[in-house]
Design a protein around this ligand. Structure first.
Ligand code: TYM
Length: 343
């Protein structure tokens, strides 16, 4: 039997930010390092998802490659056959599977997707695309085509993962065991060694998640920010007037965000970090500790990025896209047979 898969994807409409890194890239790189001998590791660029929010079409192709390179700059092993990278649009089964799975997804459930509702509100134009509405089904295809059991993502993708599970179960109930159903969020969190998926908040609006689509440059740390600029963003993070450090999401969201950032950046437990800082009356010390870690991280990622072997990466991408096409076609065929499109 084929190995099961740990898989994640990150959209490519712009450079990645710290939320993307901590919520998905870092956990995936850790999984790749830990589990590449017993699991298939797939990290891909969902480039067809990019059109759901505004992008620069002129630079889009290069931006996708640049983002793919960030995976390796962040430590994804390059010379490992169990680690695969690909672009969604280069693997046609993703689109075909989506057309099929659309018919096993209810309009009502898609209408309740929080990300859809939030993004819809943020789009100033009248034009809300069907692509934005339907993208969770494309995401379900991305996952189910590769028998993925574990999908490291940030908290904002939680509902989409539930949808993928629902679609798989609905299909299996009707046609027999066809899809591997991804593990529950709780089982996944246990496997990743975390309490729950991460949600890094904006440094300027700690009630909103850090996001590239919000016009919030000072609240968002981009992985290609000058490290000294990133430091300034951390030092000017919005906090509160309580005058004492506490882990309290409701009353001290800014401080809590910094405590979370510090724990993940240092690889320490939240309890350990909280113990160290709780009760401190000066916020500067906490900010400095976070700023040091952020600077260190950006310097490291940017240095490794500059030294990457582009030729080797493009070679790998070509090979892995062949692999992804071969693998996904098998799943697609199973589904086509189940529903009577193929004999
Ligand atoms: P996307 O491209 O918006 O975000 C990529 C990843 O980054 C995480 N993330 C965050 N994590 C913590 N704090 C934040 N502030 C933060 N902002 C973003 C996201 O949760 C995500 O894990 N639909 C997906 C991409 C996708 C995908 C897939 C993921 C397409 N197909 C299949 C997994 C499996 C998306 O738009 O994420």
């Amino acid at each position: 039997m084929a190995k099961s898969t740990i898989l994640t994807g990150l959209r490519t409409n712009a450079d990645y930010h710290l939320g993307n890194y901590l919520g998905a890239i870092l956990p995936m790189v850790q999984m790749a390092r830990k589990h590449s001998s017993d699991y298939q590791i797939n990290m891909f660029i969902p480039d067809l998802h990019s059109f759901t929010t505004p992008i620069d079409f002129d630079t889009f192709y290069e931006q996708s490659i640049r983002n793919l390179k960030v995976f390796f700059a962040a430590g994804l092993p390059l010379d490992n056959e169990n680690v695969r990278v690909y672009r969604q649009s280069h693997v046609t089964a993703h689109s075909e599977m989506t057309v099929i799975l659309n018919n096993f997804t209810s309009f009502g459930q898609l209408s309740r997707m929080v990300e859809f509702k939030e993004k819809r509100e943020r789009i100033d134009e009248e034009f809300v695309s069907v692509g934005l509405f339907d993208y969770p089904v494309l995401m379900a295809s991305d996952i189910l085509l590769y028998d993925a059991e574990y999908v490291p993502v940030g908290d904002d993708q939680r509902q989409h993962l539930e949808l993928a599970r629902d679609i798989a179960e609905r299909f299996n109930n009707r046609f027999g065991e066809t899809f591997v159903v991804p593990k529950t969020i709780k089982q996944q969190a246990e496997f990743f060694g975390i309490e729950e998926p991460l949600r890094i908040m904006s440094l300027q609006n700690p009630d909103k998640k850090m996001s590239k689509s919000i016009d919030d440059p000072n609240g968002t740390i981009m992985l290609f920010d000058e490290p000294s600029v990133a430091r300034k963003k951390v030092m000017s993070a919005v906090t509160d007037s309580v005058g004492s450090v506490n882990f309290d999401r409701v009353n001290q969201p800014g401080i809590t965000n910094l405590l979370i950032l510090l724990a993940v950046l240092c690889g320490k437990s939240q309890e350990e970090v909280n113990k160290e800082f709780t009760g401190m009356s000066q916020y500067g010390e906490l900010k400095n500790a976070v700023a040091d870690q952020v600077e260190l991280l950006l310097e490291g990622v940017q240095k490794t990025f500059a030294e990457l072997d582009d030729v080797r990466i493009m070679e790998k991408l070509g090979q892995d896209e062949l692999y992804a096409n071969e693998y996904s076609q098998k799943t697609l065929l199973k589904v086509q047979k189940a529903i009577g499109l193929r004999k």
